[in-house]
Design a binder for this molecule. Sequence first.
Ligand SMILES: [Zn+2]
Length: 604
Amino acid sequence: MRSIVLGFALFIAVSGCTGSTATPAGAPTAADAKKFIDEANETTLKLGTESNQASWVSENFITDDTSALSAHANQRAIDAGARYAKDAVKFDHVDGDPTLRRELNLLKVSLVMATPSDPKEGEELTKLAADMDGEYGKGKWCEDPQKPQSCLDINKITDIMRESRDEKKLRQVWEGWHTISPPMRPQYARFVELSNKGAKELGFPDTGAMWRSKYDMPPDAFSKELDRLWDQVRPLYLKLHAYVRMKLREKYGDVVPANGPIPAHLLGNIWAQDWTNVYSLVAPPNLDRGFDLNKILMNRKISPIDMVKTGEHFYTSLGFAPLPKTFWERSLFVKPQDREVVCHASAWDIDNVDDLRIKMCIRPNEEDFTTIHHELGHNFYQRAYKDQPVLLRDSANDGFHEAIGDTIALSVTPEYLVKIGLLDKAPDSSRDIGLLLNKALEKIAFLPFGLMIDQWRWKVFSGEVKPADYNKAWWDLRLKYQGVAPVSARGEEFFDPGAKYHVPGNVPYTRYFLAFILQFQFHRALAQAAGCNLPIHRCSIYESAEAGKKLNTMLAMGQSKPWPEALEAIAGTKQMDATAILDYFKPLDAWLDEQLKGKPVGWQ
Ligand SMILES: [Zn+2]
């Protein structure tokens, strides 16, 4: 499950420019740059708000008309963002104050897709992007094309991957979903060609380099950082992989090799990116975590609004002001009976100041309880940076925004549930293994996937991987990082990357890898600030003013400083560090060593 941040980020995140860059008479001055940035801030706010309002209405009242109005408002904002990105280059040699310089630089790297200045090519690229997005959205696999009721969309595919334990059925559904993407292959190749052309016009070697340039360091240094972080957690991943493989082999037999990669269709998720759904297959008996939050929430008949109040209460216990009255009046918490809405959970900042909202169809279960904490993390971040100039109202880097709510969710410990009266008594530490194994199947299993998506795309954009090798390169990387493989040959007649939304949707993915690393680093630092001296997986920062102060200092910085400075404000170091993950999972790591004695680890 992924949620999105809407607001300013939405409209600088995509581009569809057809405007041209005019050359000014004479060299621009600092005063010109100031004027340019003032206008960019004002327009960004105005068009951003209009676009958010239109999107909110269209997602809450889905009709052809609201979709058209929303697309129109978005396009206006996107066009402006693209124009500013291109025009900012004019001020490259202007010395302004550091804030001005930062705003100019951020404008230049704000695009995810740069359209070529040739209007025909620009249009072609925009259309390709929209077409691939639409094809994915409409993607269905029909066991019998004559029978529409046999057709499965991604939600139904997801349900089967989660629930079925029938190897043949899982294989059939897995292969079925991957039939949606081969038609996208020629489109994607052309998309790469044109978007690279646009990126080059902005001075980047290719689109992948443009994406990597958003991280306040040279693109190559950023790639090395990712390798370093992955090397820190890889040994733990290998153990989790080996243990899960062993258990799946007990269940499914020889289709799971003793010491090779795990078949891609047996991990409970169509992309094998989250393994939580196979917990019941791999959990050791008598080591479950000792309580069932789903049952508790259900038995209490807790209302959606009380679930959100509980989430808000966590943040106010840290010293944050309560959410504004309008949040409660304007948010959507319950699926309406009378109309279609987009239920996918999201957090909004309509006016980029304090018109905060969430949109969710809340059900009384643990997943939604956790998601509420995640979404509110976006809202509290958004409000904390509202006093920054508009162009700096965003997270320190894109991983930070996703990490905040997850950091808070790591504090939803059994002891915390006891404190707020949801649990009578916290289970003793003998139950930690169940708790940690469950979390590892979500958090550790995701890391190599979170990394490999853009490893593939960066190679594709740079030309290192040619269209004739798209699928081979994809599976080479999935094997290298995840140790996952398809059960049947996946030749170049397929286009398996296209079966993951973020590829046809052109959404960069490294942010999720960063978010999964950062949330543990944040949690460890805040737990220390809160004076917790338990093992860190047992620490909750609930009611800690000290932790809240630290967190707020970082949130209020928004994007005004390079991210290492924001990180330093919370963690006391400018370096991302995955050792917090190792600290968190230490008991599990030792337990895995026990389980794997004499057993193969790794894959050929
Ligand atoms: Zn999110």
